[in-house]
Design a protein around this ligand. Structure first.
Ligand code: 48F
Length: 257
């Protein structure tokens, strides 16, 4: 009889490696488990697309958890209500015209839980450090990943690869994947303009309008859209993050299914 210690380790090794074999090729890689990434994950996975979210931190939610200046509430406008209903997220109408209020913890927990229930995998502690590209025609065909712990330690360790039909940059204000593509993929003529100062109403509309495909195989959602196109920021109103996540999912489904 194996000791409990041995059985614990064997169980974790075997099942994690089974998962990673499955994840070596997926339909969609989403980088970042913030609101836009997790929303996209649910809508993609429930349509049967094999979807993985890589999140470099040891938890999900991105910018949701900090609420507005550490107040534990966030707001949305009425356009986001159908998405909140899809996810079973509770909200109430505020006395401020046109605004609905959500507990930040409920928003992050239920976005993650519904994405997972729909079949998406959220893998924490994994940092996307590069992309896979192909030429003629130019396209993105996956990502290069490394444990966040290795990145933080500064050790020189070669990474591994995940192939996919679509990669979504949902990394928020830093637009990390887009920055890598702009710098390292030959033949991509992309300039990241950088996010502008606050203009919530315009930002909420423009981020959703500009969400979508950047080059073949590469998509952008959430605040990374603002960083790419030089759009204003909106602060702790999250409607456009959810709408952007849904829109990018719809666009990917049109392109790859
Ligand atoms: O920043 P984040 O929440 O992105 P979002 O979906 O939402 C933005 C809002 O939270 C808020 C706002 C609008 O109301 O202004 O800021 O656009 O989540 C991005 C996630 O991506 C992870 C990061 O840790 C965060 O959880 N991330 C960033 N770079 C990488 C990454 C990377 N290279 N690899 C893996 N994860």
């Amino acid at each position: 009889m194996r000791s409990l210690e041995e059985r614990i380790s064997r169980s974790i090794w075997r099942n994690t490696l089974r998962d990673w074999l499955e994840l070596s090729r997926v339909d969609v890689v989403i980088v970042g488990a913030g609101p836009s990434g997790m929303t996209a994950a649910k809508y993609l996975a429930e349509r049967g697309l094999k979807t993985v979210v890589f999140e470099r931190r040891l938890g999900f939610g991105g910018g949701i958890g900090g609420g507005g200046m550490l107040m534990h509430k966030v707001v949305v406008d009425e356009q986001a209500l159908p998405i909140l209903n899809d996810f079973g997220i509770r909200y109430f109408k505020d006395e401020e015209e046109g605004l609905y209020v959500i507990d930040a913890s409920e928003l992050m927990a239920k976005l993650a839980s519904r994405a997972i229930d729909s079949g998406a995998k959220i893998v924490n502690g994994v940092h996307v450090e590069d992309v896979i590209y192909r030429e003629n025609p130019l396209r993105i065909e996956g990502v290069v990943i490394q444990w966040s712990a290795v990145v933080l330690s500064g050790l020189h360790v070669d990474p591994l690869f995940v192939s996919s039909k679509a990669v979504v940059d949902a990394t928020g204000h830093d637009a990390e994947v887009l920055k890598i593509v702009a710098r390292k993929v030959p033949g991509v003529n992309m300039q990241l303009v950088g996010e502008r100062a606050a203009y919530s109403e315009a930002s909420e509309r423009l981020v959703v309008e500009r969400t979508g495909r950047v080059i073949p195989g590469l998509y952008v959602a959430g605040m990374a859209v603002a960083a790419l196109y030089g759009l204003p920021r909106m602060g702790p109103i999250f409607s456009s993050m959810l709408l952007s996540g849904r829109k990018v999912a719809e666009e990917i489904m049109r392109d790859i299914s």
